[in-house]
Design a protein around this ligand. Structure first.
Ligand code: C5P
Length: 237
């Protein structure tokens, strides 16, 4: 399957048309941004890790009954996906306090939460992806109440499945961001799932193995991505 016209270029990915209007190619770049693109850089090999980790997790989710846009991995950096209409809502699920929630609620990073915390953000870079509630979602017509309920149930199911899988690989799934798409009237998990969009901590040491190493200038960024790739993909292979 060859790349056609470039449809979209984002911060970490490019999306191309293919000869089949129902299929797109998602290309994973090494470009890294943080703090709404105020910080920019490159994480060598990141695109390869995100592509492979997303493949393993999407396949796991499909086997567990969560529909995704994943069709197959085409190469190191290219993934064939179903063409869907992306819901302009970013869904974050949190198992441990970190990041913006630590700041917003004034709680210490690392505090576990008794049940997953689910949040919705408006997918809008120009506005810095603001937190929105159900009234905002209705006002902005981002999704119907039934769609929101289905999206939330899928996000919590993704949390259960991926959290258990990563625990077996000595990784704590601290939090993550998901995006969903509409495909022939059906909701699918879209985008990607890997160390760019998940906080992943080593279970025994608490070492950060994700994009927070880039965000916080913690060093050994590439090594952390490679470590996640090894733990998730080699066991799965
Ligand atoms: O920054 P915050 O704590 O809200 O991020 C929560 C989770 O969502 C983190 O795992 C982060 O990597 C992810 N996220 C993302 N893309 C965004 C915002 C957050 O992947 N635009």
């Amino acid at each position: 399957m060859d790349r056609g016209e470039l449809l979209y270029e984002g911060k970490a990915k490019r999306v191309y048309r293919t000869a089949d209007p129902d299929l797109l190619i998602q290309h994973f770049k090494d470009d890294a941004t943080a703090f709404n693109a105020q910080k920019r850089g490159t994480i060598v090999g990141k695109g390869v890790v995100n592509n492979r980790v997303s493949e393993v997790l999407f396949q796991l989710l499909e086997r567990s009954g969560v529909p995704t846009h994943f069709v197959r991995r085409l190469s190191d950096r290219d993934m064939l996906v179903k063409a869907c209409q992306i819901v302009q809502l970013e869904v974050v699920v949190r198992n441990v306090i970190a990041g913006s929630l630590a700041t917003r609620l004034g709680r210490a990073e690392g505090e576990p939460v008794p049940e997953p915390i689910l949040e919705h953000y408006l997918k809008d870079d120009a506005l810095g992806d603001p937190l929105v509630n159900d009234s905002h979602v209705r006002f902005l017509n981002l999704a119907t109440p039934d769609e929101v309920a289905a999206i939330d149930a899928m996000a919590l199911r993704v949390n259960e499945i991926v959290r258990a899988c990563l625990a077996e690989r000595d990784i704590v799934l601290v939090d993550f961001k998901l995006e969903f798409g509409r495909h022939h009237g059906r909701l699918l998990l879209a985008d990607e799932m890997g160390p760019d969009t998940c906080r992943l901590w080593d279970k025994s040491t608490g070492r950060k193995l994700d994009k927070d190493r880039f965000r916080g200038d913690l060093g050994s960024v590439e090594e952390a991505y490679e470590e996640v790739g090894r733990r998730i993909c080699e066991v799965a292979a």
